[in-house]
Design a protein around this ligand. Structure first.
Ligand code: NOJ
Ligand code: MG
Length: 573
């Protein structure tokens, strides 16, 4: 492609994912894959109860194949009281009736295989539900018993043990300890829960716990899943003695936003987790077909996160540093450089992500009038406001940049429709435990979990045949419905579909990125394979190099790129 002559091409410094060879491998599908997160509660409801389910997912899978993704990650569908939307598992090898049956998982997988989609399931090893048979047995057993030793039960402090064993706070707000009533009816020991009190933390120093999860891995691998997204992969091991610790900023987030220079919290990112991942990796390596482990690890800085994806540990880790980077061209260039450098130094691909079920949707987050800590959410009484048109414009540009980057990218259901955060949910509809545990001081994550719209004229916009929806859908979401966008030039759905098709055609996941000089600081501009990507994060017009515009997030007039827009220029074949 003819670049105009003010444009210099700087020398690439990091190998591309496709060039990385670890133990003779390096071409595995996940190195360059685009993986779509299905949040089953909110994707598609087949039986009309207002909660999405597995037959609903199966019936709608062709839409994801048409979108052009490579794999689907399903948030938890296991047996669960749903106190944390399924991240509170009471049986790891069965399906909750609200979602279906094991046969429905098999049917979903079979349909995915027909469509060329891989399936990743979500595993939650840090904690079980308080309804898990192990925890019920622990409550029924005496202090010091082997039943209690699977969890973190401790005596309280104070003369009668009336104070918690330490000062740790739950990620969802309030103390991370709850006191139990012993068999004799008296107040007894306390158990640790880094999340809700219905999510007791397991004791991963206990071999029984370790062995159990190796069996759970094998159960799902035998059933043919392509891999696991591993929940709270930074939390399983706690520092010896459970020492007191108060985070400086008390951000209440999953652990992100820590000051890198501050001490590591005694419950996040402990060295001992790596030994666990090595045993898990051995299990996966015993199976054919490039099965994958993806870490949900909120660990700063990126150099430390790279430890999670060393060659004998996990395959990928979510890049939350990228997600947390604001609308700032310099910061984006830095986090992309850092990511490519640190992940390639251990032979792993970088990953990229902008939205998931725990953060404010990026179509709103990128145009907030003030920062909101991860997990706190926004609602009617928030001082932070969203500027909707600006948010959507930036989200489209941000996604266009992300989908051109080398490595593997994660999409969250609904972002391909340009869905914003649902801000005006009524208080009594909110279900995130964060909301109740902070007495409404934090809205939590319901705003990104509202069931997605499929058909503008159908009940619940096609989410549910009965019109029911476990969280109310905003009335104006009809305009975001998939059928309103399908085949409509300039729609967000068509933007994603085109980006994914070009990404595949030009193997962008496997290319090497080269920054382009000659642009202002508030521009992100790079070259990857035959594609030149230019994103304008400033206020002025950016003059584009010569080339054919194959993708534009806003109408482009000649060589002028407006603010909050991005384009891909593709070389003539
Ligand atoms: C991370 C999950 O993504 C989130 O939704 C959940 O609440 C916590 N882990 C606890 O399992
Ligand atoms: Mg249902």
């Amino acid at each position: 492609m003819p670049l105009d002559d003010t444009t210099d091409v700087s020398t690439p410094t990091v190998p591309s994912p496709a060039e990385l060879l670890v133990d003779g491998r390096g071409q595995e599908w996940w190195r360059t894959a685009v993986i779509y997160q299905v949040y089953p509660r909110s994707f598609a409801d087949s039986d009309g109860d207002g909660v999405g389910d597995l037959p609903g997912v199966t019936a709608r899978l062709d839409a994801l194949a048409a979108l052009g993704v490579d794999a689907v990650w399903l948030s938890p569908f296991y047996r669960s009281p749903q106190a944390d939307a399924g991240y509170d598992v009471s049986d790891y090898t069965d399906v909750d009736p609200v979602f279906g049956t094991l046969a429905d998982v098999d049917a979903l997988r079979a349909r995915a295989t027909e469509l060329g989609l891989r399936i990743i399931v979500d595993l939650v090893p840090n904690h079980t539900s308080s309804e898990h048979r192990w925890f019920r047995a622990a409550l029924a057993s005496a202090p010091g018993s082997e039943e209690r030793a699977r969890y973190l039960f401790r005596d309280g402090q104070g003369p009668d043990g009336e104070l918690p064993p330490n000062d740790w706070q739950s990620v969802f707000g309030g103390p991370a300890w709850t006191r139990v009533t012993e068999a004799d009816g008296r107040p007894g020991q306390w158990y640790l829960h880094l999340f809700d009190s219905s999510q007791p933390d397991l004791d991963w120093t206990n071999q029984v716990v370790r062995d159990e999860f190796l069996d759970v891995l094998r159960f799902w691998l035998d059933r043919g899943v392509d891999g696991f997204r591993v929940d709270v992969a930074h939390g399983l091991v706690k520092a010896e003695g459970l020492p007191d610790f108060r985070p400086a900023d008390d951000a209440g987030s999953m652990g992100g936003g820590q000051d890198a220079a501050a001490a590591t919290p005694p419950y996040w990112g402990q060295e001992g987790v790596h030994e666990i991942w090595r045993t898990w990796r051995e299990v996966l390596d015993g199976y054919d077909g490039d099965r994958v482990l993806v870490a949900e690890a909120w660990v700063d800085p990126l150099d430390r996160l790279a430890d999670w994806v060393r060659p004998d540990e996990m395959h990928q880790a979510f890049n939350f540093a990228y997600l947390e980077t604001g609308w700032d061209a310099g910061a984006i260039r830095r986090v992309v450089d850092d990511s490519l450098r640190v992940f390639s130094s251990v032979g792993a691909p970088s990953t990229w992500v902008l939205s998931n079920h725990d953060v404010i949707r990026h179509a709103s987050r990128l145009a907030l009038t003030e920062d909101v800590p991860q997990g706190h959410g926004i609602g009617p009484a928030s001082t932070a406001r969203v500027v909707p048109e600006l948010g959507l414009a930036r989200a489209r540009a941000a996604s266009a940049v992300m989908l051109a980057l080398p490595g593997s990218a994660y999409l969250y259901q609904g972002e391909e429709l340009g869905l914003p955060e649902a801000v005006d949910l009524p208080d009594d509809a909110r279900q995130d435990p964060t909301w109740a545990r902070t007495s409404g001081a934090r809205y939590g994550r319901d705003g990104c979990r509202v069931p997605i719209p499929w058909e503008s004229g159908a009940p619940a916009f096609g989410f549910s045949p009965s019109g029911a929806s476990w969280l109310p859908q905003p009335a104006d979401w009809s305009t975001y419905a998939r059928d309103e966008q399908q085949g409509v030039a300039g729609s967000t759905l068509e933007l994603y579909r085109t980006a994914l098709a070009l990404r595949r055609a030009h193997d962008l996941g496997g290319q090497q990125l080269t920054w382009l000089d000659g642009f202002a600081d508030d521009v992100v501009a790079f070259r990857t394979g035959p594609v030149t990507v230019v994103a304008n994060l400033g206020d002025g017009i950016v003059e584009l190099p010569v080339g054919e515009v194959a993708l534009a997030t806003m109408a482009v007039d000649g060589p002028a790129l407006p603010p909050n827009a991005a384009v891909w220029l593709v070389d003539a074949a």
